[in-house]
Design a protein around this ligand. Structure first.
Ligand SMILES: Nc1ncnc2c1ncn2[C@H]1C[C@H](O)[C@@H](COP(=O)(O)OP(=O)(O)OP(=O)(O)O)O1
Ligand SMILES: Nc1nc2c(ncn2[C@@H]2O[C@H](COP(=O)(O)OP(=O)(O)O)[C@@H](O)[C@H]2O)c(=O)[nH]1
Length: 229
């Protein structure tokens, strides 16, 4: 019987996590989960956690660990019949430990992209704030300049995608990601991909996952997201 598959994708801002997880979700038919999208959904729905999360995001801060775990872990526990790939969580060691006590991950993808490349990409990144859809004026431009492909609404640029904010964001990423990466390395589930172009990294990720993921339509088993199952 096909086994369910659970993975996390990590990398600094602009490393291509969103772009690659979208490709993985399409190619392998697993559910793509994004912590940022999930927070935005909760803010839009005015849930208690969403209202709380908004107060941090508005100030450009990370949402505290206890709020993130309260938001996300119950959702993961519900996903007993789906293979999934998580983008944006865990972002701290405390989150990684909380996830670890709930779920057995099969694989972690870590993207290692040079600083200059990140800077170029992010200065060209445009976002549809309501959906989180991401564009790049060179790599994947919208059909109509400045407009979201699906809703037609205007695209915006985030202040923290500007080069002056990026240095601090990258330093922060390196500091907090290191212990998480070490944790996954010690578990033997970490796979690191380096390069400057998503299209060149993608074939390696694709072939790795082809050996690990049951293809779409073969998800027959039920696997609670709980350790010990
Ligand atoms: N795991 C998390 N822990 C704490 N805060 C989080 C987490 N995930 C998301 N957030 C918060 C802080 C982020 O600025 C905000 C939006 O997240 P996200 O959509 O991942 O965009 P981002 O701009 O921070 O990431 P990136 O630049 O890597 O794509 O939500
Ligand atoms: N030029 C270029 N842009 C890319 C490439 N891969 C992704 N992008 C763009 O770079 C930006 C960051 O990618 P994204 O997937 O949002 O990264 P994330 O922050 O890690 O989720 C987006 O605007 C993407 O469209 C690439 O290989 N080349």
């Amino acid at each position: 019987m096909a086994k369910l598959f659970r993975a996390v994708i990590m990398g600094p801002p602009g490393s291509g996590k969103g772009t690659i997880s979208e490709r993985i979700a399409q190619r392998f038919g697993l559910t793509r989960l994004s912590s940022g999208d999930f927070i935005r959904e909760n803010i839009a729905a005015n849930t208690d956690a969403g209202v709380l999360a908004k107060t941090y995001i508005e100030r450009g801060l990370l949402v505290p660990d206890h709020v993130m775990t309260r938001l996300l872990l119950p959702r993961l526990e519900e996903m007993t019949r789906h293979s999934w790939l998580m983008d944006g969580f865990p972002r701290t060691l405390a989150q990684a430990e909380a996830l670890n006590s709930t779920c057995d991950l099969d694989l972690v993808i870590s993207l290692n992209i040079p600083y200059e490349t990140l800077k170029e990409r992010l200065s060209d990144r445009w976002i549809h704030p309501a959906s989180g859809r991401v564009y790049n004026m060179g790599f994947n431009p919208p059909h109509v300049q400045g407009r979201d492909d699906i809703s037609g609404e205007p695209l915006i640029q985030h202040d923290d995608d500007k080069p002056e904010a990026l240095v601090a964001r990258l330093r922060h990423y390196k500091d907090v990601a290191k212990p998480i990466i070490d944790l996954y390395k010690s578990k033997g589930i970490l796979h690191t991909f380096s390069g400057t172009e998503t299209d060149r990294i993608w074939p390696y990720i694709n072939s790795l996952l082809s050996t690990k993921i049951p293809m779409e339509g073969t998800h027959r088993t039920q696997r609670p997201c709980t350790r010990g199952y």
